[in-house]
Design a binder for this molecule. Structure first.
Ligand code: AMP
Ligand code: MG
Length: 335
């Protein structure tokens, strides 16, 4: 080894160490400054197959982020159809599943399933958590098909869809006194898909955990489902959330969604996820009446008292076309 190479390496190493030290001390100073001024400390991560963030205005952001990550993970482990062992995946594979009574402080999947069917009832079936056979048919669970599915194929998948065929009943649990919940399908080949409501439910679960741990001022965002707590800094009573332009999702529309402490907003749109079949785009939201992806472009944002309700209703309103002109971004309040 040439002596000058050694020297260069040593100098390089020293420089690297200086730069790292500077970077670390700079980020520590940023966090310290943020804490001092009660400025926001955002934490970004991935959860439930999408981008998540938690922004804290005061409090221990590191601890808060851990609470949020654990809460999202718990909901995903219960509700994901993509995790082989999850209760919902088992229901889909076996046609029925028995859910033991949720332990105190743990995520209650049976309660979410009951509220999910309430959302279907309230929206006359525009929100239908059994659309998975159609999601599969239109290419959202594997690759896109080479051509548009035939009318017969759509009818065959539709025969396996329908929220009124999800049966939820109380069952006797294993332990004395504990009541379990039995979930099953009235027709063969049905599948549950909580993709239109589970992110909102996860936000609410994390929200409650943070509040219980003493966090006051924060914003949670999971793939466009947002809920706020407290205030965004001293002297500010409201939160202002921008809406993505559905025609140009890297930009915002200029609409100003104002949220008060505890409120949530969710957006459903054609631009979020789609498949291309024969050069045409099909959105990931299915109209359960026709069995076809909603053809309309644009987005619907719904403000509600919980993220779960905002999530379910934004999906339903997009199906129903409530307030959304083609290509526009509609914002409404949950009834
Ligand atoms: P969101 O992004 O909240 O509007 O939810 C869209 C997701 O919900 C899709 O990716 C599907 O998993 C599922 N989904 C699609 N169509 C419907 C529908 N009509 N009702 C309920 N969930 C749906
Ligand atoms: Mg939704």
């Amino acid at each position: 080894m040439e002596p000058w190479t050694d020297r260069t390496r040593l100098i390089g190493l020293a420089l690297t160490m200086i730069v790292s030290a500077l970077t670390i001390s700079a980020s520590l100073r940023t966090i310290a400054a943020a804490r001092n001024r009660n400025a926001p400390v955002p934490v970004y991560f991935l959860a439930m197959g999408t981008a998540a963030s938690a922004t804290f205005y005061g409090g221990d952001a590191e601890k808060g982020a851990m609470i949020v990550r654990d809460a999202f993970e718990e909901v995903e482990a219960a509700a994901s159809i993509f995790r082989a062992g999850s209760p919902v995946a088992r229901l889909n594979a076996e046609g029925s599943v028995r859910l033991p009574q949720a332990l105190p402080g743990r995520f209650d999947l049976a309660a979410l399933l009951r509220r999910t069917l309430d959302a279907s009832r309230e929206t006359d079936g525009a929100f239908d958590p059994t659309v998975n056979p159609l999601m599969r048919l239109w290419g959202f669970r594997s690759g896109a098909p080479a051509s548009e599915p035939s009318g017969e194929a759509v009818a065959a998948a539709l025969a396996r869809v329908g929220w009124t065929n999800v049966l939820i009943s109380a069952a006797q649990g294993g332990d004395a006194g504990a009541s379990a919940t039995e979930v099953s399908f009235a027709r063969p080949g049905m599948e549950l898909d909580l993709g239109g409501i589970a992110k909102g439910a996860a936000i609410d679960y994390a929200f409650d955990k943070l509040r219980a741990a003493g966090f006051e001022n924060f914003l949670l965002n999971l793939g466009g489902n947002i809920r706020v707590s407290g205030k965004p800094g001293v002297g500010r009573a409201e939160w202002h959330v921008a809406v993505r332009d559905p025609a140009n999702p890297s930009q915002t529309t200029g609409q100003d969604v104002v949220l008060r402490s505890g409120e949530a907003v969710a957006t459903s749109g054609s631009y979020e996820r789609y498949v291309e079949i024969d050069g045409r785009r099909y959105s990931h939201i299915i109209d359960p009446r026709t069995g076809r992806p909603v053809g309309r472009q644009g987005s619907v944002s719904v403000i509600a008292d919980t993220a779960e309700r905002a999530d379910a209703l934004s999906t339903a309103f997009f199906v129903q076309g409530l307030g959304a002109a083609d290509g526009s971004a509609a914002v409404s309040r949950a009834p």
